[in-house]
Design a protein around this ligand. Structure first.
Ligand code: HEM
Length: 281
């Protein structure tokens, strides 16, 4: 009986080492570029953490935008089940982003003060991917367009998302297509305006939650949206608390009052009716 297991290396010669005309792992992932993009300005040890945590967050934001845009398209085509897969993935990514605050919390105020001045006016406030996520979730703040006025590619991407229907708009259209009465003003609203709660949308969600067996897909969609907003708020809260822990009530490098501003944005709800019905059911 052969003692050789099929899936074990026979010797080091099995390992591919000749990549003269072939693509390596590093080539595929563009690692040379990715791993040479951490350029601390201060020479202080802890600045590397600060850079990496922001870059990791930006990569996750990239995937979130990709998944939500895919989910919007699926909902618009009436393929709700396909959208659930993507929205569930978004929630898992958000969990990673929330956990990342634990890593950043190891940065003390004294350590941060060693390199804070080197950041100048740079701040997460100017994160255009974060604003794109807010746009696809229906929160449309125009100032980010002004910040990127001189960067035509980013500006065009932001403009498109600013004027396009978001995840909630697609969901409301799905309610309408399922036969629920939705105000015409809502269906034909100016998509560049931040979504405002509406009574017909509230009534429709209430009907869905009151008869889940009949409206299971819409009910599942609603719960996926609540998952996403819940996690978004947790991220916002952890950011605010981590910032308070590191800089107290100092002004932000982006020019805002800092923690006071971050507490204020916590008040914004993306899918307001889905929270209101919890009291009304
Ligand atoms: C030492 C760590 C951090 C500090 C002290 C800090 C501080 C702040 C402050 C004070 C603001 C308000 C705007 C301003 O005036 O600058 C802000 C906004 C923001 N920061 Fe951070 N931040 C930190 C880490 C991060 C990380 C790791 C991310 C991940 C991407 C991030 C993303 C953002 C975003 C997206 C905003 C805009 C929030 C909004 O407008 O709702 N921040 N940050």
């Amino acid at each position: 009986m052969s003692m050789v297991k099929e899936n074990t290396f026979q010797s080091e010669t099995d390992i591919h080492t000749d990549f003269k005309d072939k693509m390596t792992y590093g080539d595929y992932l563009g690692l040379e570029r990715l791993l040479s993009s951490q350029k601390p300005l201060s020479g202080h040890h802890d600045e590397m953490l600060f850079i990496v945590i922001h870059q990791v967050s930006e990569l996750w934001l990239k995937l979130i935008i990709h998944e939500i845009q895919g989910a919007i398209e699926a909902i618009q085509k009436g393929e709700l089940k396909a959208s659930f897969k993507m929205l569930a993935r978004v929630s898992k990514i958000q969990a990673q982003m929330i956990q990342a605050w634990d890593v950043l919390s190891t940065l003390t105020p004294s350590e941060y003060m060693e390199f804070r001045d080197d950041l100048g006016q740079a701040s997460g406030f100017q994160s255009y991917q974060y604003r794109l996520v807010e746009f696809v979730l229906g929160y449309k703040t125009p100032f980010i367009l002004k910040i990127y006025e001189n960067d035509s590619n980013v500006h065009a991407t932001l403009q498109d998302a600013y004027h396009a229907p978001g995840l909630y708009d697609a969901s409301i259209t799905a309610l309408h297509e399922a036969g629920f009465h939705i105000n015409k003003d809502v269906l034909e609203r100016d998509m560049s305006e931040t979504y405002i709660a509406d009574d017909t949308v509230l009534a429709a969600w209430k009907a869905v939650y009151s008869d889940v067996e009949v409206y299971w897909d819409l009910y599942e969609l609603a719960e996926k949206l609540v998952d996403i907003e819940d996690s978004f708020q947790q991220w916002r809260f952890r950011h605010m608390k981590t910032v308070e822990r590191i800089i107290g009530h100092k002004k932000g490098t982006g020019g805002s009052p800092g923690v006071g501003y971050l507490k204020k944005v916590l008040e914004h709800s993306f899918f307001p009716e889905l929270w209101t019905i919890r009291t009304e059911l």
